[in-house]
Design a protein around this ligand. Structure first.
Ligand code: 5RP
Length: 259
């Protein structure tokens, strides 16, 4: 791995403990004005001091985040479909590697859909992007997207995560599931978990804790933070689970402080 790649990776994954809290607010690229992100800047800017990395689209970055803000960016570079279209997860490349570099991205995120009709297109799209990103030393986060009808179990998520790693992804983002150790143990690159749909805060924190215990290096969480009644409290709570070895209960107590 070259110096530039290592340097960018160290901005995404904190070298002091090998963990990361990624704040995911890229939802608008297929969901439009998602609840909580109608004014993305107002929601996200107060949360940044508790995040290690911000994952978002180039449009959100340019319009809602000031260039002076000191937060490493993981730029979403796949997309092209919507929640109201017929082919939700048939994504392709929507940002060139040059624009990712121009925006000073520390990493890029590309979704793949294993086991669905457009599997091959998304896998080839990601691998082509990995070839370009590696030319410039930019890590690629593979997002193992899951279709509505697909089961998020350890067998399927292991398959998708391992494939993403074998195809060259630097980090894999997937969903938590029972038996998550199997997903982590069979994937040779670091894994972060998505939060998924909004659930009660206590449950979301338990999931983050269980994922870290199972070997995930962190979270790339969105709705369970920005749709919480207390987004700052959730960021603080997730932060102590990921970086301070806090239990889910200790984290929930932090969430409840000064609600
Ligand atoms: C969509 C994404 C989202 O960033 C991801 O789902 C994380 O957000 P959430 O915690 O809300 O699930 O990558 O493909």
């Amino acid at each position: 791995m070259d110096w530039g790649m290592k340097n960018r990776l160290s901005k995404i994954i904190k070298p002091k403990d090998g963990h990361t809290v990624m704040l995911a607010v890229d939802h608008g690229y297929f969901m439009g004005p998602t609840t909580g992100l109608e004014n993305l800047g107002a929601m996200v800017n107060p949360l940044l001091r508790y995040a290690d990395t911000l994952m978002l689209t180039r449009g959100a970055l340019r319009n809602y985040i000031a260039p002076e803000v000191d937060i490493p960016i993981v730029l979403r570079v796949s997309g092209g479909t919507s929640i109201v279209g017929k082919e939700l997860l048939h994504e392709g490349t929507v940002v060139s590697i040059e624009d990712a570099i121009r925006l000073n991205a520390s990493g890029v995120a590309y979704s793949i859909l294993v086991g669905a009709e457009f599997e091959r297109d998304t896998l080839l799209g990601m691998t082509q992007y990995i070839d370009e990103a590696e030319r410039y030393g930019i890590p690629v986060l593979a997002v193992t997207a899951v279709g509505r009808d697909m089961v998020k179990d350890a067998k399927y998520l292991s398959l998708a995560s391992r494939m993403a790693a074998e195809l060259g992804a630097t980090i894999v983002k997937t969903y938590f599931c029972p038996g998550f150790e199997k997903v982590v143990d069979s994937c040779p690159v670091p894994i972060v978990i998505a939060g998924g749909k909004k659930t009660p805060e206590k449950e979301a924190l338990q999931m983050a804790y269980d994922a870290i215990q199972a070997g995930a290096i962190g979270v790339d969480m969105g709705r369970n933070i920005f749709q919480s009644e207390n987004p700052v409290g959730m960021m603080k709570a997730v932060q102590v689970i990921v970086h301070k070895k806090a239990t889910a209960k200790e984290a929930f107590d932090i969430f409840n402080e000064k609600k």
